[in-house]
Design a protein around this ligand. Structure first.
Ligand SMILES: Cc1cc2nc3c(=O)[nH]c(=O)nc-3n(C[C@H](O)[C@H](O)[C@H](O)COP(=O)(O)O)c2cc1C
Length: 372
């Protein structure tokens, strides 16, 4: 970004609430490496960039362009620049002091370069409460115990409901895949090729899965709750999803975001099981997956969560209850496809306590004893 572009960009960083009653004309008289005359005119919460000397500027900032760039980047102290005579100011000095406050980036949105997507089609639909029935679902089953545990029980019930209403479901069992952890080298973002050009592209199985993601309408993450979050397998997978985004950073609803490389991505459903009794054990997990969904333009639309997994889903001990829970989860799968949400009544059935809390503790003792 050069000095002119930097100023041209400033209107997008205007804080409309702070500048609601501000009228000011900033005149930048750039000398140095990129000489030029520019102005920023603030008028009651709006700002316009223009070239040339404005009529009647409120403040004139006379400075070499490279010094202003340094001040903007926070590497040159404006007071020191004034002291050394590089930065000269005429007019209302207070406007210089307030510059950072006025342009604090708390506006609603900044622009996104052409060919990238600040908001994907699926996000737009969710925002306008429009539900397009998914046709293709990609299940990411992230349990290290693969098909042996409670994660598979909830996952298989959920997708059987989805299949009942005609949806095609493909499942990836992460425990069967070779997916290296992200190295954080940003190769996928630095190379011009961009999408998928990860250092592990031909060395593991992530690229094949990543390429498939935009083809699906819905993704299901199925994970056991591990130390209040996702399993390591799922975290690994999520980190390796960053090539779906572009490195450019923009402002969306007051929050820094990366735009998507894709005009449409799937929405997301989370299903999980945990050993403890209380439903709030899932709070940090849901919070994380919701944030991740906003970050990756794959919004979380529904959750299917079941605590006391070892006790509740143990068919030997609680055959009837376990079956009822599985049926409710299957119905939730159908509702998600049809309506994009799980009715509250159904969530209550899925999460209903099978045992009083006191019995749960003695039950887990027996469970561990038999297990070990
Ligand atoms: C490493 C690890 C961490 C766990 N952390 C939690 C936890 O923080 N809270 C909880 O309620 N259960 C926790 N559990 C219990 C699992 O969520 C529970 O056993 C679940 O059924 C595991 O899924 P699986 O049956 O598909 O293997 C943990 C289990 C493991 C192995």
């Amino acid at each position: 970004m050069d000095a002119r572009e930097l100023l041209e960009y400033m209107p997008q960083l205007l804080n409309p609430s702070i500048t609601r009653r501000v009228r000011a004309k900033y005149y930048f008289k750039f000398s140095g490496e990129e000489p030029g005359d520019y102005s920023l005119t603030i008028n009651n919460g709006n700002c316009v960039f223009s070239e040339g000397l404005p009529d009647d500027p409120s403040i004139t900032i006379d400075v070499p362009s490279e010094i202003w760039m340094g001040i903007s980047a926070g590497v040159i102290n404006p007071r020191a620049a004034m002291k050394s005579g590089q930065l000269k100011v005429k007019g209302k000095f207070l406007l210089l002091l307030r510059f950072n406050k006025y342009f604090s980036g708390d506006s609603k949105a900044t622009f996104v370069p052409e060919g990238l997507y600040g908001e994907t089609e699926n996000e737009k639909n969710i925002r306008s409460k429009k539900w397009d029935k998914p046709k293709k679902v990609l299940g990411i089953q992230a349990a290290p115990r693969k098909k042996k545990g409670a994660t598979e029980m909830v996952y298989s019930s959920l997708i059987s409901g989805m299949k009942n209403v005609g949806v095609k479901v493909d499942t990836v069992y992460l425990a069967e895949k070779k997916i290296n952890p992200c190295r954080g080298c940003y190769h996928c973002w630095k190379s011009d090729d961009g999408f998928g050009d990860c250092v592990f592209k031909d060395k593991d199985e992530m690229h094949g899965i990543l390429k498939m993601i935009p083809e699906y309408d819905l993704m299901v993450f199925a994970t056991p709750l591990y130390v209040d979050g996702v399993s390591g397998l799922l975290k690994n997978f999520i980190d390796r999803m960053i090539p779906l985004n572009h490195p450019y950073i923009f402002l969306k609803d007051g929050h820094s975001r990366h735009p998507s490389r894709f005009s449409k991505l799937p929405n997301l459903v989370l299903t999980s099981v945990c050993g403890f009794y209380e439903i709030d054990n899932f709070d940090p997990l849901v919070h994380h997956i919701k944030a991740m969904g906003e970050n990756m333009h794959i919004p979380l639309i529904a959750t299917v969560l079941r605590p006391t997994s070892m006790v509740a889903l143990n068919s030997e001990l609680h055959a009837v209850e376990a079956e009822k829970i599985r049926e409710s989860i299957s119905l939730a799968g159908m509702e998600i496809v049809k309506e994009g949400k799980v009715p509250r009544k159904l969530t209550k059935l899925i999460q209903r306590p099978i045992l009083p809390k006191g019995h749960y503790y003695s039950s887990t003792k027996t469970w561990w004893k038999n297990w070990m």
